[in-house]
Design a protein around this ligand. Structure first.
Ligand SMILES: Cc1cc2nc3c(=O)[nH]c(=O)nc-3n(C[C@H](O)[C@H](O)[C@H](O)COP(=O)(O)OP(=O)(O)OC[C@H]3O[C@@H](n4cnc5c(N)ncnc54)[C@H](O)[C@@H]3O)c2cc1C
Length: 480
């Protein structure tokens, strides 16, 4: 008899797991249950005003051979290499991102630059005892307080909704590249041109049909191989007894027996209804929180001069956190349309006033803030707006979250046949590549009986033995 495997969620993690499972020679009956009517999760693409857009910027990047090989296997040659240009908007000025020390110092002007260098120097001499604990102390110790205040604080507090002193340093360690003011000053002394080489090689592979194309193709391939993808199938709970998974229950009350469950539904919802979980653990899980995203799409007449893929908005005077310009990704997204689509990202909690605003109000806020960003001239014509609300889009790494996660992980480890993967599924601040890797490893655990520890994915700060990347020729070795 075949082994019945249920995969909950058709985002990158769940679709990858199903894709790998249906490729395996093992005798498996694979079913994917997706609550929404579309595959791709947060990485889905939408058709909007005769163009294709993603849910904010979705740049795929990995140095892991397994992840890149799988991505190429699915996408084939149907992708382009997109040159990356991203900048930070701060007090009406645009700074390169990732932060380039020379660019930042020059644009800040001599007085502010001197302050930054002095506070950077002070931080190098005097590292606080708790410098690894919070986001604030991590960044301040490495960049100095002044640069932290200018380039990190406002954006991070907009995104997470808590003071940076309460945010765990994991977020910084995973996402912030090193920046050396020492090297920048040396550069200034020998008058070398600013890092042209680095920006030239900064390109990423992007599917012609939008990010979601990867997961739509996976769904097709899964079904061709006999797996099933059930859309509009909202899972209420995973059922376990005597230390082993027994099946899943849908909101329609249908019970589906299975031998293995790979879940990418929110970890908090999984724990809330999984039977046999001690009340103490359920209570701990309730303390984990997620942040919501509101995406305000604007159609602008014509093209903008700026070549940014997206900009980070550090300006405290603006509520918007990031603006994506899809016209600067791939011509296949806009086709014959002469117009530009922007996505403005707003982050909030479910009880915030912003989350309850009407689409019309949010559209007007987006149009006003787009004009204030000076990405285009005052004359730029906003033709229409569209709003997408995404609950639970960011797991909040509040200080102490790991102490909450540890006992939850132990409880889940004790249920044979159950694996929790993915961004909200494992409460990990995953990009696509991390969720894809989790999907691969979870599938191998089921199909080949391996014992990969999934909780370690996206905790190793991306050091790989066999580093490689994708360019227009396919897979190439990446310098370490
Ligand atoms: C604004 C934004 C920008 C981003 N930018 C990038 C980027 O530049 N590069 C990058 O690589 N990544 C980026 N990401 C992250 C990327 O979108 C995620 O890492 C990825 O989609 C996570 O995949 P996942 O499968 O773990 O989770 P998800 O994509 O969240 O998929 C989970 C799926 O499970 C389904 N589900 C949930 N509960 C149930 C249930 N009870 N029953 C059935 N189905 C259920 C959901 O509907 C969803 O389809 C970004 C994310 C956001 C929000």
């Amino acid at each position: 008899m075949s082994k019945r495997v249920a995969v909950i969620g058709a985002g990158p993690a769940g679709m990858t797991a199903a894709y790998v499972l249906t490729k395996s020679p093992a005798n498996l009956d694979v079913n994917v249950y997706e609550a929404s009517e579309q595959v791709g999760g947060l990485s889905r693409s939408l058709r909007l005003w005769n163009q294709i857009v993603d849910l904010g910027p979705h740049r795929f990047f990995s140095r892991d051979r397994r992840v890149n090989s799988l991505w190429l296997e699915v996408v084939g040659r149907d992708y382009v290499m997109v040159p990356r240009l991203t900048r930070i908007l701060y007090q009406g000025r645009y700074f390169q991102y990732p932060l380039q020390a020379m660019d930042a110092l020059q644009r800040l002007g001599p007085l502010e630059a001197t302050r930054c260098v002095a506070s950077y120097g002070a931080a190098r001499f005097k590292q606080p005892k708790d410098y690894c604990e919070s986001f604030e102390s991590w960044v301040t110790a490495r960049f100095g307080r002044r640069l932290y205040e200018i380039f990190f604080r406002t954006y991070s507090e907009k995104l997470w909704g808590i003071p940076c002193s309460e945010l765990d340093s994991d977020f910084a360690a995973q996402r912030i590249r090193k920046l050396s003011l020492g090297a920048a000053l040396k550069q200034l002394a020998v008058r070398r041109k600013n890092n042209e080489h680095r920006t030239l090689v900064d390109r990423f592979a992007y599917p012609n049909g939008g990010t979601g194309q990867v997961y739509e193709r996976m769904a097709e391939m899964v079904q061709e191989r006999g797996g099933r993808v059930h859309l509009g199938a909202h899972i209420k709970r995973v059922v376990a007894s005597a230390g082993r998974v027994r099946g899943i229950e849908l909101y329609s009350d249908e019970f589906v027996p299975c031998d293995a469950v790979i879940s990418s539904m929110p970890l908090t919802s999984l724990i809330a209804r999984l039977n046999g979980v001690p009340e103490r653990i359920r209570e701990m899980a309730r303390r984990l929180s997620y942040r919501n995203t509101i995406l305000v799409y604007l159609e602008i007449a014509g093209e903008l001069d700026s070549r940014d893929n997206w900009v980070y908005v550090q300006d405290p005077g603006l509520t918007v956190g990031r603006i994506t310009n899809f016209r600067n990704w791939s011509p296949s997204l806009y086709g014959n349309s002469p117009n530009t689509i922007l996505a403005l990202e707003y982050w909030c909690n479910s009880d915030d006033e912003l989350w309850r605003r009407s689409d019309g109000e949010l559209g007007r806020l987006g149009a006003d803030e787009f004009r204030a960003s000076r990405l285009a001239s005052d004359a730029a014509d906003v033709l229409r707006s569209h709003v997408v609300r995404i609950p639970k889009s960011y797991p909040v790494y509040q200080r102490g979250y790991k102490d909450i996660l540890r006992p939850i992980q132990e409880v889940l480890r004790s249920v044979e046949g159950l694996q929790a993967i993915g961004r909200y599924g494992a409460f990990k601040y995953n990009n696509q590549d991390h969720s894809i890797l989790m999907g691969i490893l979870a599938a191998e655990n089921v199909a080949a009986g391996t014992a990969h520890d999934l909780w370690q994915v996206n905790s190793d700060f991306e050091e790989y033995q066999e580093a490689c990347r994708i360019d227009e020729t396919g897979l190439v070795p990446a310098p370490c």
